[in-house]
Design a binder for this molecule. Structure first.
Ligand SMILES: [Zn+2]
Length: 302
């Protein structure tokens, strides 16, 4: 399949609804169309994006069962919103995308960006492995908080990052309710391969982790960030995350949505060296084709 490598190519590839539908169709049927009822491989495509089996006349909407189904926005606009989101180094805010694309409602723009964030965690992704720094940080709010308890208006985020010979590898981050052994243990187990070397500080929440199949090394080179002690690599990533939340999103983030912003940030960080924005665009559209539609209501109460 063709992948748009820059803005000009993108514009050429997705000028009309038909071109967008065709792209979705190719991603949905990589091996070619096959009728759900009679397995026939030939169809007519009508102008509403419905594929009609030439033999039994069974109808299938190209977008049914995907996040693109029955959208209020035209596909050309949705595609552009996603393209902007992946092509811009720091992503986009709902207000930014609303202005650039002339989307009538802020809410619609906001919902679509959330739908895209939900596509950014690929199923079956590999856990982190090797040498990994793990720590927690407080995000949001104005007052500084106390370890292990969180603070008013702040959310506690666990961060893990692979330490390579030069620089860092992939990251994972998760909203956690407290820095207890239970919460940290769950985060580590879900995100880090057993047998890895964990580097943490001396916080009691990490004691006993070596009994769960991890090598454990305690580091005391913690740095201070907003009054918090934090390991150097996690420290750097936490600063970048906070700057991104403030810069791109002006910190307009309630805790109920924070996880989705963390997913987007993780996606961006882990693909920071990728040269092909077009490939990222295609992977996300593909995820959207395989993904069930996300209703506004479910986003509202995530
Ligand atoms: Zn058929």
């Amino acid at each position: 399949m063709r992948i748009p490598e820059n803005q000009i190519e993108f514009e050429k590839m997705f000028t009309t609804e038909e071109q967008c539908l065709d792209y979705l169709k190719e991603l949905r049927f990589p091996q070619g169309y096959s009728c759900r009822r009679c397995q026939h491989s030939e169809y007519w495509l009508n102008n509403r994006g419905i594929m009609v089996c030439k033999r039994c006349k069974n109808e299938l909407s190209i977008t049914s069962g995907t996040i693109f189904h029955r959208s209020k926005l035209p596909l050309v606009v949705i595609f552009r919103a996603l393209w902007w989101m992946v092509a811009q180094k720091n992503g986009v805010s709902a207000i930014g995308i609303q202005r650039v694309l002339g989307i009538g409602s802020y809410r619609t723009a906001w919902v679509w960006l959330h739908k895209f964030r939900r596509l950014m965690v690929f199923p079956g992704r590999n856990k982190l492995s090797g040498r990994i720094e793990v720590d927690e940080t407080l995000v949001g709010g104005k007052k500084s908080g106390k370890r292990g308890r969180g603070a008013e208006g702040k959310s506690l985020v666990a961060i893990a990052v692979e330490i390579l010979e030069k620089g860092t590898g992939r990251v994972r981050m998760s909203l956690i309710s407290d820095a207890s052994k239970k919460e940290l243990g769950k985060f580590i187990n879900e995100n880090i391969e057993a047998g890895s070397n964990l580097i943490t500080d001396g916080w009691k929440g990490y004691t006993g982790i070596s009994k769960k199949g991890y090598h454990h090394e305690i580091d005391d080179k913690t740095k201070i960030l907003d009054g918090e002690e934090i390991l150097p690599n996690v420290h750097r990533i936490a600063s970048l995350l906070k700057r991104w939340l403030l810069g791109t999103h002006q910190n307009y983030i309630g805790e109920e949505y924070l996880s989705y912003y963390l997913d987007e940030y993780t996606f961006r960080y882990n693909r920071r060296k990728s040269n092909s924005r077009g490939l990222l665009f295609q992977r996300l559209i593909e995820q959207g084709v395989l993904h069930e539609p996300v209703e506004y209501k479910s986003i509202k109460r995530m």
